[in-house]
Design a protein around this ligand. Structure first.
Ligand SMILES: Cc1ncc(C[n+]2csc(CCOP(=O)(O)OP(=O)(O)O)c2C)c(N)n1
Length: 909
């Protein structure tokens, strides 16, 4: 084996070891290894050993079996629109040194079917049935042999063929009928209305039913789903149990929801939750997350929600049982392979802070995306090839064969529960209508749509099959349909009556109106803590067990922090932040902080997790404050913005008791997650009445680090502000940050909080607070100037770090007539306090807004009209960088000059 010629020799040692064993006792090795060495010896022209001679035929058989396992799917009958399967020449007998004349020869099958003596014909027929029927299996890319063998042991002995009871077959038929009749009903009663019909993929409803019905038996208590537009109404009605009455009403002209506040959303974006009573009598909570149009953006949100629920179901146990909550993501074939957030989300699946114990992915592969065919939508063979990055099993299945779909879906569920990993079902189907019902598909796919028009509905094929197999009579089949049609008809009539009555004002909904949140209030929230509690936290943060070998530099830093605490002065940003988390933990509020390098902190200011220099053991001081404290969960995230922010948003929605924070490495990078902010964080309350208290920490500040490390694009967040949807802050002291973070859990309203966080201020000698600032006071939305009397001639309004440059200049130049007012919370804006301050400095004649950002960025566009209104006929002057295409200069000298000019000019306008 020394002349091994593999280009990649990483496994040479293992191969050598196995080879030695093979030479001595080949029967102890499994079939794949044996086949490999036999093939190798043959290729090397080595004289076959005697055992090899007798096993040469067997080696061919093993290669043949493995070929079917690997590429059998390429000739599986998975496309309902094209049953003509092209034979894959790589599966021809001759490829394995076999001939037709060998068909009746018997061989040992090794690990196939538990090792039997079968003829070549029997083997090939069995393999064809198993790997080339309605289900194409891909699992040979899985490196872990336990998983491969597990899959083989489930797929091969059953020949991948379902065997269901009569009752189960009828239940499947019923579900398919419901799906189909529901769509047809809407099609004829609400002509031309968009609904993104499921027709062509109705088997989805039967598959979801099978998962939910099986859930209690495999320990699942809650199923949380995410899906796009396609078939969503059908899933809402026939899976979630949203009433047909309500859905029909949503279709009626002049429909105005009675039960929501905010702007609402189109019906095929709405979420729903219900308790499903299974035939077994057990219950499962099923949830469909609300989602925006942005395809796949909901994926990480669903994962975050699932993880939050897993924590709840495990009642905060140290080890969380993820098997109890199952995330299901339903994808379109164009979207799953096209949208980058899918890869980002998959990449979270095995990470400590983000895993949900496996997701069941179900692709409605209708072989088209709007007007685009697969060849325009992907470079990969299958749309599910992305799943191979996780070594997930992938099952391609013919949607016209509901029994196959249900069987493989149930196997997928079993796999998820067994291994806690993702699994993919790629259901090949078709789209009966255009992209939506008003869309003409024949413009671009005339031939395809002719084929589809001639194709019989799934229910017809399936009914025919069940009748043929004697499962039911045609009368039974008809009765199943009629019973559902009657139900829909009657519901439709009731809805009509109710809508008429509503028009005349005589109908009153019996459903309660959801209470909106209380109005936003600037009333101080009690966030100060008593000294004892503060000291307890400070001590835990700065006193590491002597047995732990912390980095010497960190030990020195901790000592300095403790000294500062004892002196009552100079609490820096990092300590202020940790004190906020620590005191919340002591009070019973768990904290989750997630982001790139958040454990240490991008700027080395946090050190939330310490590493033993000898053992690499981890130590998280915030989890060592008290025995009965809540848990601090800090996680370094993958290098993703969209998926991680989406995940943490989802988490925050489903676990509101926790303080959830997401941190960007630099604020700029959050724009990679723009859709998550726009479509979820800033608008979910208005669209879907889903509230989140997520905190976004965005490092921001002009310090000469160039266009991408200066601005967190404050303007973007401010532009999204309306109707008290979010809070945007740019605070200047550690104590203010402390009170702000604590306020997030103490105030009555639940609103996302966007904070511009500092970089250089982390180590600025004036950016410190006294201990008394933590034990008294509260968060101040506006900070007045305590160093200037009310006779000031000029007021400079500013927000954030520039304040420190302004006070330094004022001191250096001994300026006495200028007050500097800090707007610590930009939105909602505390206009009352601002008005009071403007009144206080009644003699001021000049008013300046000073910002570091260019004029077209930062807070200027947002704040100018607000200040203008408060100042009445007095003018607010802008001082800051000129409007620019790029957020910041890349040249340090230019930055310094600009910064100095801004500060100087602020005192001159
Ligand atoms: C991020 C994003 N880009 C574009 C669109 C517009 N769009 C809506 S549906 C669709 C096609 C989706 O195709 P596929 O994923 O195959 O699902 P199907 O509609 O066929 O079920 C497109 C491009 C969108 N909604 N979201």
């Amino acid at each position: 084996m020394k002349n091994l010629t593999f280009a990649n020799r990483w496994n040479a040692d293992i191969v050598d070891q196995q080879y030695e064993i093979w030479l001595k006792s080949p029967e102890t090795l499994d079939g794949e290894w044996r086949a490999f060495f036999e093939g190798f010896e043959l290729a090397q022209g080595a004289k076959p050993s005697s055992s090899l001679q007798t096993e040469k035929g067997e080696a061919s058989i093993i290669s043949l079996i493995n070929a079917y396992r690997s590429i059998g799917h390429t000739q599986a009958d998975i496309n309902p629109l094209d049953s003509h399967v092209v034979r894959n020449p790589s599966l021809g007998l001759e490829q394995f040194g076999l001939k037709d004349s060998d068909l009746n020869k018997k061989f040992f099958t090794d690990d196939y079917l538990g090792g039997k003596m079968l003829t070549v014909k029997e083997i090939v027929e069995g393999l064809e049935e198993t790997y080339c029927g309605s289900i194409g299996c891909e699992y040979m890319h899985i490196q872990d042999m336990t998983k491969r063998h597990w899959l083989q042991s489930h797929i091969e002995p059953t020949f991948n063929q379902p065997r269901f009871s009569k009752e189960k077959c009828i239940r499947i038929l019923r579900k398919i009928n419901h799906a189909e009749i529901f769509e047809r009903f809407l099609h004829t009663r609400y002509v031309g209305q968009k609904r993104f019909s499921l027709e062509g993929a109705e088997t989805l409803i039967a598959a979801l039913d099978a998962i939910i019905e099986k859930s209690p038996a495999v320990g699942i208590k809650s199923v949380i789903m995410g899906m796009a537009h396609r078939g969503r109404l059908n899933v809402l009605a026939n899976t979630l149990g949203k009433s047909y009455n309500f859905i029909f009403k949503e279709f009626t002209e002049n429909y105005i929801p009675e039960s929501i506040y905010g702007d609402g959303d189109v019906k095929y974006h709405l979420g729903y939750e219900n308790v499903h009573k299974c035939e077994s009598g057990e219950s499962v909570v099923i949830t469909l997350a609300a989602n925006p149009s942005h395809l796949e953006a909901v994926d990480p949100v669903v994962e975050g929600k699932a993880r939050a629920r897993q924590r709840i179901y495990s009642q905060n146990a140290a080890v969380i049982d993820r098997s109890k909550v199952l995330p299901i993501l339903i994808h379109g074939d164009a979207a799953i392979i096209g949208q980058g957030v899918v890869a980002e989300t998959l990449n979270l699946s095995k990470l400590e802070g983000y895993s949900t114990g496996g997701t069941l992915h179900f692709v409605i592969n209708n072989q088209i995306g709007f007007t685009s065919l697969p060849r325009h939508a992907r470079s990969s063979m299958y749309c599910t090839d992305i799943g191979k990055m996780l070594e997930s099993p992938i099952f391609h299945v013919n949607g016209d064969d509901p029994m196959a779909v249900i069987m493989i879906t149930e196997l997928a569920l079993k796999y998820r529960q067994e291994f806690g990993e993702d699994v993919f079902i790629d259901m090949y189907c078709y789209r009966k209508h255009g992209h939506n019902e008003a869309d003409e598909p024949a413009y671009t796919q005339p031939i395809l749509y002719k084929t589809i028009a001639e194709h019989k509905p799934i229910s017809v094929y399936f009914t025919e099959r069940l009748i043929k197999e004697g499962v039911l009579s045609s009368q039974n089949a008809e009765a199943i349909k009629t019973e559902f049609e009657t139900l829909l008809d009657e519901t439709f009539k009731t809805v009509k009556k109710e809508v008429e009555a509503a028009k005349e004002g005589s109908y009153k909904s019996s459903r309660p109106i959801l209470a909106p949140q209380p109005s936003y209030s600037f009333k101080p929230v009690k966030t100060a803590v008593d000294l004892k509690a503060l000291e307890k936290v400070a001590k835990a943060l700065t006193h590491i067990p002597t047995s732990f070998n912390a980095n010497p530099k960190i030990i020195r830093q901790l000592a300095t922090k403790w000294d500062a605490f004892v002196s009552g002065q100079d609490i820096d940003w990092g300590l202020g932040e940790a004190l906020a988390y620590g005191t919340l933990l002591l009070e019973g509020t768990p904290v989750r902080l997630s982001g790139q390098d958040s454990e240490r902190g991008t700027f080395s200011h946090r050190h939330a997790v310490l590493y033993d220099t000898e053992t690499l053991e981890r130590y998280t001081p915030l989890n060592h404050i008290s025995k009965d404290q809540s848990q601090f969960c800090v996680h370094n995230s993958s290098l993703s913005e969209a998926a991680v922010l989406g995940f943490d948003f989802g988490y925050s929605i489903d676990y509101p008791q926790m303080l959830c924070l997401w941190e960007a490495q630099f604020g700029d990078f959050a724009n990679g997650a723009q859709a998550i902010f726009d479509q979820f964080i800033s608008s979910s309350e208005s669209k879907w009445q889903r509230v989140s208290g997520l905190v976004m920490l965005l490092p921001h500040g002009y310090e000469g680090q160039g266009p991408e490390h200066s601005s967190a694009r404050l303007e973007r967040y401010l532009q999204n502000c309306a109707e008290e949807n979010i809070q945007v802050c740019n605070v200047t002291t550690p104590a203010q940050f402390f009170h702000l973070l604590r306020r997030q859990k103490k105030q009555k309203v639940i609103k996302p909080l966007v904070v511009m966080t500092p970089k250089s201020l982390l180590r600025h000698k004036h950016c410190v607070s006294a201990v008394k600032d933590f034990t008294s006071g509260h968060f101040e939305a506006i900070l007045d100037d305590v160093n200037v009397n009310k006779k000031a001639e000029r007021i400079i309004f500013c927000s954030g770090k520039v304040y420190y440059d302004l006070i330094a200049y004022r001191e250096e130049n001994k300026i006495k007539d200028t007050a500097i007012i800090r707007v610590e919370q930009l939105y909602p804006l505390d206009k009352e306090t601002l008005a009071a301050l403007i009144k206080k400095y009644g003699s001021a004649k000049s008013f300046v807004w000073c910002q570091e950002e260019p004029k077209n960025m930062g807070a200027w566009s947002y704040i100018a009209p607000e200040l203008g209104e408060l100042l009445g006929n007095q003018r607010i002057n802008y001082v800051g960088r000129k409007a620019s295409a790029s957020p910041a200069t890349g040249v340090l000298t230019v930055h310094k000059k600009e910064q100095a000019a801004i500060v100087e000019e602020s005192f001159k306008k």
